[in-house]
Design a binder for this molecule. Structure first.
Ligand SMILES: C[S@@+](CC[C@H](N)C(=O)[O-])C[C@H]1O[C@@H](n2cnc3c(N)ncnc32)[C@H](O)[C@@H]1O
Length: 291
């Protein structure tokens, strides 16, 4: 039997069942995409794209774009307004109907990111996959599709679990229009995103030199950063917007134990030293602070 979702959704301040659009919020729509927390996240990511895309267009000659997991089309319309020839898809028919109603000139399709038949859509110079990878049961299958669909450049924005290893974390999700379609998803770590990008066949993978100006992309006191972005490309990516990353490699023997505890102590110390100062202080507060 399917389990009822309990818990909070990353990036939202409220818990489920969600409040409906009502007089208090003064919303004329019942779509989560139009709620203030969602549009704020859209605007800050669009501001970053406005900064970096002109240089990408110049370096790679980008003209056609695919917006994967487009929702009701915020990014599709934004990219069209930047001058790209835009196609888009989403697995939910109600999102696509609404996207078509809002933006009649754009080609919107109903399609599943995990379905190999998706590759029939063809190839696009730029593929934008924002807010989708962590909603999937099988993110690696999605990356294989993304590789097949990408002619030149793929940009991914995703929630990333705070884990150094290339790992996936299985998580329940609520059944609403801006979440996954299976009520269950494999959330990747940042290392997992990098590894899947390399293993799906992209020769160049990079992280963003700067991230959107939004709290989800920053760590704070008592909370780790939970969103990230990556670029995967068929040609080299470089400064000033991208920082190349290497493919993460697996530890030689994750099953090995250390009865003396010495290796573990050194490993923990090494990890602690790698953290930024803010995270070091948070970790010390958690360990030695009151309570
Ligand atoms: C969090 S919203 C992201 C919307 C938009 N891309 C953004 O970043 O603001 C996730 C979207 O992915 C869609 N989605 C979920 N699972 C999908 C799948 N397997 N294939 C295609 N779209 C999917 C949802 O219907 C929803 O519209």
């Amino acid at each position: 039997m399917r389990q009822k979702f309990r818990g909070s959704v990353p990036g939202t301040r409220w818990r489920y069942p969600r409040p409906r659009a009502d007089g208090n919020l003064n919303l004329s729509t019942d779509f989560n995409f139009d709620r203030p927390h969602a549009t704020h996240l859209v605007e800050t990511r669009q501001a970053l794209l406005r900064e970096i895309l002109p240089a990408c267009v110049q370096a790679q000659g980008l003209r056609t774009v695919l917006d994967a997991g487009c929702g009701v089309g915020y990014f599709s319309a934004f990219l069209r307004d930047m001058g790209f020839e835009v196609s888009a898809f989403d697995a939910r028919s109600q999102n696509i109907e609404e996207a078509r109603r809002r933006h009649p000139g754009i080609r919107f399709n109903i399609a599943d990111m995990e379905d190999p038949a998706l590759q029939k859509l063809g190839q696009f110079d730029l593929v934008l996959c924002f807010g989708l990878v962590y909603h999937l049961e099988n993110p690696m299958r999605a990356f294989r599709n993304l590789r097949a669909l990408t002619g030149k450049l793929l940009l991914v924005e995703s929630v990333a679990i705070p884990e150094q290893k290339p790992a996936l974390y299985l998580r329940d999700e609520p059944e609403i229009e801006d979440q996954g379609v299976h009520s269950f998803a494999a959330y990747p770590s940042e290392g997992a995103l990098h590894k899947m990008a390399y293993r799906s066949g992209f020769p160049y993978v990079a992280r963003f030199a700067s991230l959107p100006d939004h709290e989800d992309f920053r760590s704070a006191f008592g909370r780790r950063r939970f969103r990230t972005m990556l670029a995967a490309s068929m040609t080299p990516l470089g400064a000033p917007h991208f920082v190349p990353v290497e493919e993460p490699h697996n530890p030689p023997d994750p099953w090995m134990t250390d009865p003396t505890g010495v290796t573990k102590m050194f490993r923990r110390f090494g990890k602690f030293m790698e953290k930024p100062w803010q995270e070091k202080l948070t970790a010390m507060w958690r360990r030695y602070g009151p309570g």
